[in-house]
Design a binder for this molecule. Sequence first.
Ligand code: MSP
Length: 652
Amino acid sequence: MKNFYITTPIYYVNAKPHLGHAYTTIVADSLSRFHKTLGENTMFLTGTDEHGDKIVKAAEKQGVSPKEFVDGISALFQKLWPQLGIENDGFVRTTDEDHKARVQRFLQQVYDAGDIYFGEFGGHYCYGCERFYTEKELENGLCPQHLTKPEFISEKNYFFRMSKYLPWLREYIESHPDFIRPERYRNEVLSMLESGALEDLCISRPKSRLTWGIELPFDKDYVCYVWFDALLNYISALGWPDGEKYTTFWPGEHLVAKDILKPHAVFWPTMLKAAGLPVYQHLNVHGYWLVRDTKMSKSLGNVVEPLEMRQKYGLDAFRYFLLREMHFGSDASFSEEGMVTRINADLANDLGNLFSRVLSMTAKYFDSKVPQPGDFSEDDKAIIELCATAMTNYIQLFGNTQFAQGLDSLWDLVRALNKYVDSQAPWTLFKQGDSVRLGTVMYVLLSAMRKVALCLWAVMPDASRTLLEQLGQQPGDGPVTTALEAEAATFDGLLPGTEVAASSNLFPRIDVKALQQEAQAAPKARKEKKQEAAKAAPAEAGQGGEISFDQFKAVQMCAGTVVAAEKHPNADRILRLEIDFDEGQPRQILSGLADHYKPEELVGKQVIAVLNLPPRKIRGLMSNGMVLTAEKDGKLSVLTPAAPVPNGSQIA
Ligand code: MSP
């Protein structure tokens, strides 16, 4: 039996799961199910990444210990997945004792082999990414991910001799064309390797700076760098070095988005090589879900809640949309309008309509029993051939992570079946009393519909099961088939005489108008709710535009020192400020102060800013707050405390 092992990234627990996390995990689930339908032995792993600075900061903010904090958010992920139809076989947490012990073992092994050394290093550290950047990697001196200025840190640390393995890696990628796929990411990694920007990897953090991590087995004053720790989840969860699952499933395949290409395409294979372990088979890289052209992420405040989508549109339709809409590798835009259009066209019109009309005709003409076919005509043979081609293409494309194209190929069949209904006109055959021909047409349709339903289990497990039940099949509890390839090669499988359902209405059309009205009503409803809340608020809240004390308290204002200021590269009147609010790293805020202050006049000055406004992108740069100013006759003056106060002081 063939084995198939698929993983998702282990997600950071500094934020609740959103549609981006849901997408990767649904893709992994669909792939795992797909390989089950091919009769393979599968293992699907997901989990949470729980060490590092970010987590400590997030826990501090909530006033709880890091452990309490990570337990809470990791549980949210674990609770969410079954609600999205996800059936993972393992869930790994980097705070698991077992994981920690295996990471230490790996570190010791590479250390003993001489590939970890101690050295002094100065680098540009981005707290957001929790990593050092080399000069060459920065863009205009800023972290390319966060657009913030990294801090220059110089300290003694342990290093992994990654550079030693880079020539090998380059050759490996060149001789294994589908090691990193799609190709654009393979090319990106090859240019990274050619650029010469990659050096040895700093794999420790001194405990004086960070304690929330796995202690190095050869130096108790240091903890392991989060990425080195996190990547090892893929084998620690299998029980490396001698666990049965490790021997069975490694090497497997990974699924990630392009944000974490480098650790997976460069750090991870070189780590495996240094430890003498086989490298993974494929790194499958997808693009971002965008909302109005911007990456969906918590820090940008534009996240889509997967459970809300499930509740509104149904789980299967939501899963189908995600896989059908995103061309794996490219970015895709998420919008509810787009989702409704797709659901109405593909599920309600094409698939739903096919099932509904064929089942009701079978009820009418054959008392809901699958008829015995006669000889197949040329038209029937064309459909039978298309069924085989569509399924074969689907299998090939899906296995290559071309989910949208695979589903489209299946829909070629669904659309052709609808046309076949029209061209064969069973109602005319019925009127003419041609029961042999009528039976043959209905058999061809029902049999092909069964094939479609079998293929769909990977993407829409509940719908697939229901459709098969409607076709008189008893799919049982496990995968609906374990022989999809054999199913593609034959057209039988549906026994004449089988009783089928009299009707089907699995994907009712979504009423776009009603949805639009609801969306228009939403702001009004929110306004009414606000007014009600204002009425119910404490006595301080008066009439005529006054706000309640609680509303005022919800505005988070803090004092901070401007540590860097410069003109916005693309906007004359805006200054880009970096302000230290004692948050571990300065915050980038854009402010329309360029006509009123020279950048150097603001550096070192304490200002007051609102910190809990949604982040805004202004001419390509993110602004994470608003500096307060006093304005009279168009002249702006920044607010500043009468005497210096500690950075991060709350304004109350
Ligand atoms: N903890 C690391 C991964 C360590 S793996 C050894 C991490 N975590 S994360 O929580 O930031 O997750 C990043 C992943 O979440 C992306 O690679 C992708 O799988 C998913 N996505 C998060 N936002 C996304 C979009 N807007 N669009 C698509 N996928 C996104 O990085």
